[in-house]
Design a protein around this ligand. Structure first.
Ligand SMILES: [Zn+2]
Length: 126
């Protein structure tokens, strides 16, 4: 995929598809995890055929008990996550929406790219 020439909506659709294709062994393909100070996973970057793709958690609202009941095939749902390639066009915002049980967070694409390029495996937010 040519990131510079792919519209963002199309790029995110492809990113989601690439993540789905990793299937249940998705965690085997994780190259980077972003954690909060309480060790919750805020986001993870996976190596896919479309390049590095980030899956962001979205704060405490998305995981109520009612949601879990409606979704008892496991907590692997991608519906409440923000998923995109780590790389984006120069015209887009550097900030990605993410979060964990502690609340919403924003992540920087540039910092994620630098961490992936630097072969870091875990980034802990402060
Ligand atoms: Zn947290």
């Amino acid at each position: 995929m040519n990131i510079a020439e792919t519209p963002p909506t199309e790029r995110r659709r492809k990113a989601l598809q690439a993540i789905k294709e990793l299937g249940r062994q998705r965690s085997d393909h994780a190259v980077l995890r972003v954690r909060c100070p309480k060790s919750h996973t805020v986001a993870a970057v996976y190596k896919t055929e479309e390049g590095p793709v980030v899956v962001c958690g979205v704060g405490p609202g998305g995981h109520g008990s009612r949601d879990r009941e409606a979704n008892n095939r496991g907590n692997d749902s991608l519906d409440d996550k923000f998923i995109d390639t780590v790389e984006a066009t120069q015209f887009e915002d550097d900030e990605l929406p993410a979060g964990c049980g502690c609340g919403p967070r924003t992540l920087s694409r540039k910092k994620l790219q630098a961490a992936v390029a630097g072969h870091e495996h875990v980034v802990t937010l402060t």
